[in-house]
Design a protein around this ligand. Sequence first.
Ligand code: FAD
Length: 437
Amino acid sequence: MTVGPAPLWKDDAMTTTQDLPATTTVCIAGCGPAGAVLGLLLARAGIDVVVLEKHADFLRDFRGDTVHASTMQVLAELDLLEGFEELPQQRTTSISLMTDDGFVTLGDFTRLPGRFQCLSMVPQYELLDFLTTEAARSSSFALHRQVEVVGLVEEDGAVTGVRYRRTAGGGSEGELRALLTVAADGRSSAVRRAAGMSPVEFGAPMDVLWYRLPKRAGDPGASFARLVPGRLLPMIDRGGYWQGAYTMPKGTVASLRAAGIEALRADLARAMPFLADRLDGALRSWDDTGFLEVRVNRLRRWYRPGLLCIGDAAHAMSPVAGVGINLAVQDAVAAANALVLPLRRGAVTPRDLRRVQRRRDLPTRVTQLVQRGVQRQMFGAAGDPVPPRGVPVPLRVMSRVPPLLRLFSRFMAIGIRNEHVDVTLLGPAGAPARALR
Ligand SMILES: Cc1cc2nc3c(=O)[nH]c(=O)nc-3n(C[C@H](O)[C@H](O)[C@H](O)COP(=O)(O)OP(=O)(O)OC[C@H]3O[C@@H](n4cnc5c(N)ncnc54)[C@H](O)[C@@H]3O)c2cc1C
């Protein structure tokens, strides 16, 4: 790719693969939004936490970058807003569908309650780098990159740590014991699998191909989604370039690829003629695209003794409304609020872990229900996908009835059962956590 950000790779003290301890209080597998925020919160509460991340850096091309009002609120509660605002980002106050008959507004954030009336597109690697840099200010926090969790350590039916393998430097293996292990390792969670937990799959009617194109003078001024018969084509304004999404009926990526990249270019040029001047240069092969197999699933039970799953490891979300990061962050906040005191006491019971799931289960269920409803309206039922033909009637009605539009905008930006950081648990006032010896 010739457009887009330069790789971000900071080789500082917190990124070493050396000096992995043998024990800690909390071991978090995976440093995505869920793992990074939970690590930060626990470290600020004085709990020893080790985060293991299998990749060498946070570069995630074509990942979720939507930071909604609920996440900005969490950052404000952590006194991190000033630093967050310095990250490269594009803010928007509305989301619209561009149809042949004009624009249809699907989200208007200008009348949201609370402090934030916008959403922000922030490259995920910038956000993760920022969060972990802040976490590393606390001596309780350690992030070890290029360390992949490959299994669990179990004793008497309880998880007591993880087995890991370094993905660099000879691939040595080891064990890390912890009072609590958290699976924050995403939608294909190895920890979840090792624990014998499998999510209920709800299916999805579509998959997504991501690509980037340079922006030029005269282009539309903000993000939008183009709807043409047969295709929904979201276009995210990333400042210097467009991040585009090409939705297709599930299971059709092979036939799309068989038709050749020229067919994709022609389809995009037909739908958005202003792009025609740059498609040949920027979309030269399928290597210039990224494929997302859309999945919607959820664990029935998010925990086992000694183990908690959060974020995508507990529930993979549909890309509808771009709320995956926000739900992951809300899970992390709920987990920290519920678990700091038990962790300080040195004993986390299944009941404590159940409190986290009870707090987050309903928001997850309702969000997935709404996402699946929108998916069905736009693309047909899972297993029986139909290409979108026009703006579904319920969305058209919603866009024209201000109270409904406000409700849907609030659902996207703030979600159901908004979590707030319990700041009384953070800071030097907290008693030091007891690390396992
Ligand atoms: C292509 C794509 C586009 C998306 N678009 C959006 C969007 O626009 N808006 C939005 O809000 N959401 C979007 N999402 C969803 C969003 O990215 C996720 O919901 C969110 O990142 C979940 O956070 P998480 O921390 O639970 O998991 P992840 O972000 O998946 O993080 C998991 C981390 O664990 C690491 N890991 C995995 N396995 C191991 C292991 N065995 N050992 C150690 N580390 C491991 C991974 O490297 C990763 O860093 C998108 C997702 C994808 C894949």
